[in-house]
Ligand binder design. Structure first.
Ligand code: SF4
Length: 227
């Protein structure tokens, strides 16, 4: 057992699990335009557009946004109507006011730079804990836990815990994922975890446990193989 009694793994097992996830990620992590950059503005924009939106719909809008507004200075010149129009193609017009207010806050409070501190990001209009954590992790490689329906699904299956809607806000799940997180390479760890959930630890269909790098340690996979 680790010192962390939440995890039924030794420290060596946790390290082996991280290595297995990284090895899988090196071959399978998906390539998106916002993963080719560490620019906080680009990553913040992507995370806002990705909120409850299909990835394939986001790519052209993200690229059009950056072609028109390549940096926060140019975007700060946009009117609320411009923002409304750009977000409209994703059906995100309901977010346009918050997005506009967020831009104003960045311009006035942070001199036009996306803030790095978590509490500063969370103080911006429309920024959730997930978006703040994702921006810090993907822009600055900060060791942030990303709790969403996908990562709690993997965590729940791995540890044999029931997963509910509320698990995304659960301190227990957060603590467990924080113990699994690779603090040396948090960006790549989280990319791999998110993509493992999307490609292997499937939500609607049976997970593809035979192809999963975590199956050695996974409660769900063990139970399935002995059923
Ligand atoms: S072994 Fe199966 S259930 Fe466990 S994390 Fe991998 S895909 Fe998900």
């Amino acid at each position: 057992m680790t010192n962390d009694t939440l995890l039924p793994f030794s420290s060596d097992e946790v390290q082996a699990l991280r290595v297995a996830l990284h090895q899988w990620g090196a071959e399978h992590v998906r390539s998106f335009p916002w993963r080719q950059t560490t620019d906080p503005y680009h990553i913040l924009l992507a995370e806002i557009l990705l909120h409850r939106t299909q990835v394939k719909q986001v790519v052209p809008v993200y690229e059009a946004f950056l072609a028109r507004y390549p940096d926060l200075t140019s975007l700060s010149q946009a009117s609320q109507g411009d923002i409304y129009q750009m977000l409209g193609s994703l059906g995100l017009t309901w977010r346009s006011r918050l997005f506009y207010e967020m831009l104003q806050a960045i311009a006035t409070r942070y001199h036009g730079n996306v803030p790095r501190r978590k509490e500063d990001l969370l103080s911006l209009p429309g920024i959730s804990d997930y978006i703040a954590s994702a921006v810090r992790c993907f822009a600055w490689n900060e060791p942030e836990v990303l709790l969403d329906t996908n990562t709690v699904r993997i965590t729940g299956r791995l540890l044999g815990w029931p997963v509910r809607d509320s698990s995304r806000r659960s301190a227990r799940f957060r603590h467990a994922l924080a113990s699994l997180l690779d603090h040396e390479q948090p960006r790549m760890f989280n990319y791999a975890l998110l993509d493992l959930a999307h490609l292997v630890c499937l939500t609607r269909r049976q997970p593809l446990c035979a192809q999963c790098p975590l199956n050695t340690w996974c409660t769900f996979a063990t139970q399935e193989s002995t059923a």
